[in-house]
Design a protein around this ligand. Structure first.
Ligand code: ATP
Ligand code: MG
Length: 419
């Protein structure tokens, strides 16, 4: 699969959720108990609920529960760094933005999985979690339309992980090419915890807990999605009586608890990092982050090694500078740059780097500005409220899935409700 396809103009992110006027909202209820009030700061941040009482049913926060009939999407990010980078944008975020209205979207922060490599740094994982939600809001993911899911607060995911671990062989997990690459590039050697390979099984649970049709991801996740599909197929065949000749697309119709989800790759499925070798990655020091300053962006681009000896040397079209140009500069201009290189015309890398820096800064500066609004105590509170509301909605869906899965496995001894 090619790592870069024809660039399209960057998706214009929608503004952060709109606010409501600063006043108590009247909510009619037959209950005599006090209700929650909604308020807004003067900072233009979304309204946040001020919880002053009420039952769980009454307190749905700023973003009320509404079960959607749209097909679902599940995807997410691991809080292994303070925020997201350009690879996330072209690999997954653009698709999330595009599909936010068409689908019932669940965006998951895999904070438990962050412990697979950062178990000694819980405070960092917490800060990174908040940072990623800020980036989501800054990019235009909208908690009114989509559900933000904090993995550690969804018990059904942990339970499904254990159940799914019975459906996949240990050797198959260890052969997963994405895990192998991560072990190598992150220098994990042979001392990684048991939980590290386990996260691949956990990811099947992250996804299947929400029974989505689509999973918008980058190329590195394809092996995980394949594993998730295998687990879903096996579950449906073993416990739901779905025949082994039934096509994946027909599993749900044939009585399977789990629809078989498909990966949806971004317009650039693997954005190269500034090191020119690995995919851009939070953990590898080769990323341009969405919140980097203009100067930091340019400095990182200037550090890219193109390997050209002189200003007229032929160019290797696979070098990182060209790949990033293909992702962020209009296609006709990239064709011109390449033609100049090919014809031996004198082309200074510095000029191309400046052009690329300007294009990337133009793309991310509105995001950077919106993110700055959340860098206040009030902004942090908004983030926490968005997380709390998302967890409530997510648990409703995930609990329903778990109950159906347990019923299929003849484990339905009790029912429970998670508030
Ligand atoms: P880590 O280095 O900790 O693994 P990461 O940068 O790989 O972090 P993830 O949180 O693992 O980020 O990935 C989140 C989503 O972004 C996934 O769908 C993944 O496929 C996608 N993604 C990550 N990096 C890239 C990239 N360089 N190009 C395209 N998509 C990417
Ligand atoms: Mg990753």
């Amino acid at each position: 699969m090619s790592s870069a396809t024809t660039p399209t103009p960057p998706t214009k992110p929608s503004p952060p959720p709109s606010s409501v006027p600063l006043r108590a909202l009247s909510v009619s209820t037959s209950s005599p108990r006090p209700l929650r009030l909604c308020g807004e700061s003067s900072s233009g941040l979304p309204a946040r609920p001020l919880l002053i009482g009420g039952t769980d049913e009454q307190c749905h926060g700023a973003y009320p529960l509404a079960m959607s009939t749209k097909p679902r999407i599940l995807t997410g990010d691991t809080p292994t760094s303070t925020g997201l980078h350009l690879g996330h944008f072209v690999g997954s975020l653009e698709n999330r933005l595009k599909l936010q209205d068409e689908y019932d979207c669940y965006f998951l922060i895999a904070n438990v999985h962050a412990f697979t490599t950062l178990s000694e740094k819980p405070a960092d994982i917490r800060a990174n979690t908040i940072g990623i939600v800020k980036d989501w809001l800054a990019v235009g993911l909208d908690p009114k339309r989509s559900t933000f899911v904090l993995q550690s607060e969804i018990p059904a995911i942990a339970e499904l992980t254990f159940l799914f671990a019975m459906l996949i062989s240990f050797n198959k997990v260890m052969r997963n090419p994405t895990l192998k690459t991560e072990i190598e590039t992150k220098g994990l050697g042979d001392t990684y915890p048991f939980g590290f390979p386990m996260y691949a099984v956990g990811q099947c649970a992250d996804i299947l807990a929400f029974r989505p049709e689509l999973v918008p991801v980058g190329e590195d996740q394809e092996a995980h999605i394949e594993m998730c599909r295998d687990v879903a197929v096996k579950f449906n065949q073993l416990y739901c009586g779905v025949g082994n000749r039934v096509e994946p697309k027909d599993h749900a119709k044939a009585g399977g608890v789990f629809p078989i989800p498909a990966a949806k790759l971004g317009r650039v499925a693997r954005l190269v990092g500034t090191d020119g070798v690995n995919k851009m990655s939070k953990s590898l020091g080769n990323a341009i982050f969405l919140y980097d300053t203009e100067k930091q962006v340019q400095k990182k681009i200037n550090s890219i090694v193109t390997g050209r000896a002189t200003a007229t040397s032929p160019i290797d079209e696979k070098n990182a500078l060209i790949q990033l140009c293909e992702a962020f500069i209009p296609a006709d201009r990239v064709a011109e740059i390449k033609a100049n290189y090919a014809s031996g015309k004198e082309v200074m890398d510095g000029h191309i780097k400046a052009e690329l820096g300007a294009a990337i800064n133009a793309l991310i500066s509105p995001m950077r500005e919106r993110r700055a609004k959340y860098e206040t105590p009030e902004g942090e509170q908004v983030v926490l409220d968005v997380i709390r509301d998302g967890v409530k909605r997510a648990n409703k869906v995930a609990e329903e899935t778990l109950a159906e899965a347990k019923k299929a496995m003849k484990l339905d001894f009790l029912t429970r409700t998670i508030g």
